[in-house]
Design a protein around this ligand. Sequence first.
Ligand SMILES: Nc1ncnc2c1ncn2[C@@H]1O[C@H](COP(=O)(O)OP(=O)(O)O)[C@@H](O)[C@H]1O
Ligand SMILES: [Mg+2]
Length: 494
Amino acid sequence: MTRPALPESRELLQGLFEISQAISQVQDPEQLLRKVMDVAVETVGAERGFLVLREGPDRIRFAVSHNISEEGASRIRRPPQSIVNQVLQTGEPVLSTDAAVDARFSASESVLDAQVRSVACVPLVVRGQVQGAIYVDSLTGRGRFNQETLLFLTAFASQAAIALENARLYASLREENRLLREQLRSEYDFSEIVGNSPALRELFEILPEVSASDATVLIEGESGTGKELVARAIHQNSPRRHRPFVTVFCSSLAESVLESELFGHKRGAFTGASENKVGLFETANHGTLFLDEIGEIGPQIQVKLLRFLQNGEYRRVGETQMRHSDVRIVAATNKILADEVRAGRFREDLYYRLNVIHISLPPLRERKDDIPLLADHFLRKYARRSPKRILGFSPEAYKALRSYSWPGNVRELENAVERAIVLAKSEVITPADLRLEPLREVDSVGDTERTLEEVQRDHVLRVLRANDGNISQTARKLGVSRRWLHYKLKEWQE
Ligand SMILES: Nc1ncnc2c1ncn2[C@@H]1O[C@H](COP(=O)(O)OP(=O)(O)O)[C@@H](O)[C@H]1O
Ligand SMILES: [Mg+2]
């Protein structure tokens, strides 16, 4: 009798293929076990099957089954002659093509009970140790097993064992990782940073590790997105927290002034350098130096900063001697620094040195879920300082907050809430208190129709908007007092 060997072999190969696929894809041990069982039973044409795993020296776990109850399986496993126990003990596969008349198992009532015709059982071996067994049988003789079945099951089991070991390892690593993160998190406090958008959750994930390390950080985000807040939080949660946190606004100073601010200078290094000057790199020693608006620094400082990031050394202006400082650099920019590199305005090597850890803070309009949380946060903060009793926002106010585009980001939101509390006429803040309607664009040339009061109102509101709603700053820009500004804003609201 010739057997159609090809289709059968192809099926067996397919089974092996499926299990090697599962090795790389399935990371959940239980899911993998089910997959192993299903493929094994299907491939050899068995009706029943189960898989046991050694959990300890004397503990065997009934892990997964196909068409058979744990109770039924336990009868098959019953010692002393049970096939499964034999396999577990010897590590050798067992095949019986007619179990009912097989002398080896004639005493095994379990096999006789079940009227089993064909039985195969193979060990799961991990690193030379029998870690379990796969058992399959056929009652009808439909899938009569042969040596080829056994060969397949043995190869299959060795693949499955590797997959299982990987999945277990992966699961235990994942658990360990989770525990470590949890432990780490409980030692940190980032409660100042409010938000629950995916971007912020991702940030909270990495902040503990970032804080614990000394790695240079580059924070990108539009103005008002919280870059400085994050930089401070990193410092506050770092081992450097008891040392200085020094902020430098790189955009506000001319290059030569900034250079001597950062690195210091020697007396007589240039006209006006009447004394030796200590630089901020020295002041911030053992602490954190926050370089805000890093995209604005000129080529000379870029070179010096690169040097410092490479070997921790710098030179005071007018000095030849190298100085050392242990400063952690956190830099921020509201530009896309990679674009500055492409445009040739920022050194590529410096960019990579700065960008060891990259944090990107999306504009508020791209994380609207954070808006109500932030608004409530600022309301609590400013209501506490206000003599008024403010309970919260009306539903319409929340809606208005969400639909506004926030060009000044969180800073603008904070100022809007502070202003709304000043302007609020009741205990609940309404959209009118928030004053979020866009300014009407006016053509000032040929504008002869408006009263002085109207022009004043538009101008004040425009300056207020340009200053992200900051009242003190607006008052200063307009050359008026805060009191006057408050008074006017209230009046115009009527
Ligand atoms: N996620 C946030 N949670 C709470 N306050 C925030 C958040 N983001 C920004 N702020 C607040 O908004 C204001 C502007 O943030 P800041 O860090 O100065 O922004 P940037 O440096 O990006 O211009 C600050 O008062 C800051 O505390
Ligand atoms: Mg800032």
